[in-house]
Design a binder for this molecule. Structure first.
Ligand SMILES: [Zn+2]
Length: 283
């Protein structure tokens, strides 16, 4: 390749990268209702207290039943003073990759053939950016993020096109925020936005990635004060102490299990023995 052609190619590549990394215009022109949020287990990183809303996302929304091919869009949101760098995005991609590997391996234990498509290094259309003016400590942050996501899924993030391109079964977005907070999943339960997403904050471990992703397919929280009665929660802790829906702080996601109950909630099995004792655990 001669020098002029090389320079021309470099310019083309830079323009391509620029288009893909440039923030989308941030406007709040429409109003949407808050979808139901399901939070990460309480951990060292978050002191905030949330009221959880029991809901099931099983067989609903853009991530229905955890099977087949699953497309993940990564949306990096810049906020005032917090701008994602290329290096930090790649670090998050590695964590996401480990979480996906974990879920794929666990799926095979239940004879499920799970595949993820998420690597924006090979397909730039899986990488999106946005710019929000709102500060992290604003109490209306989640509402504003919801509105922004609704706008983006109408203008910049085309779930249907990606599903078709990959002949995929499920699709969702991971929204990355570069400040402290308690990660949560925005599950569709039959109302509001069926385009599901997960919100991941700074320093989130891969077990929490996996935990939040499972919520989109119907998994529930097992920790105290979340979704179930004290009696059920006590029994869940006794039977499934390492289940990923109970804890995400075992040092390495590989130390987490996916119990028969979680497998049942996400459609990997048709029943779980513990449901016969606690009807509230039914899918
Ligand atoms: Zn949770």
């Amino acid at each position: 390749m001669n020098n002029r052609l090389k320079k021309f190619s470099v310019v083309l590549i830079i323009i391509y990268l620029f288009i893909n990394y440039t923030a989308c215009v941030n406007t709040y022109s429409s109003y949407v209702n808050l979808t139901k949020a399901t939070y990460a287990p309480p951990g060292e990183n978050n002191s905030a207290s949330y009221v959880n809303k029991p809901s099931s996302s099983y067989n609903l929304g853009s991530a229905k039943i955890f099977a087949g091919k699953n497309v993940i869009i990564s949306l990096f949101v810049d906020t005032p003073g917090k701008r994602w760098t290329y290096k930090r995005r790649q670090e998050e991609l590695k964590k996401l990759s480990r979480a996906c590997d974990y879920l794929t391996n666990k799926g095979s234990e239940y004879s499920q053939d799970i595949e993820f498509v998420y690597d924006w290094n090979t397909d730039f259309s899986l990488l999106k950016s946005s710019n929000m003016k709102l500060a992290a400590d604003n109490t209306g942050f989640e509402d504003e993020l919801d509105k922004e996501f609704d706008i983006l899924t109408k203008s910049k993030i085309d779930y249907d096109a990606l599903l078709r391109r990959y002949s995929a079964d499920n699709i969702f977005t991971i929204i990355f925020l570069d400040f402290d907070g308690r990660s949560y999943a925005i599950c569709y339960d039959g109302e509001d936005n069926p385009k599901e997403s997960v919100v991941i904050f700074k320093d989130t471990n891969e077990a929490t990635y996996a935990h939040e992703i499972l919520h989109l397919y119907g998994a529930h929280d097992y920790y105290s004060g979340a979704e179930y009665s004290n009696d059920a929660t006590r029994e869940l802790k006794k039977r499934f102490p390492k289940d990923i829906m109970l804890t995400t702080f075992l040092g390495n996601v590989k130390n987490n299990t996916i119990s028969d109950l979680t497998a049942y909630h996400i459609g990997w099995t048709d029943s779980a023995e513990i449901v016969t004792r606690f009807d509230e655990l039914r899918r």
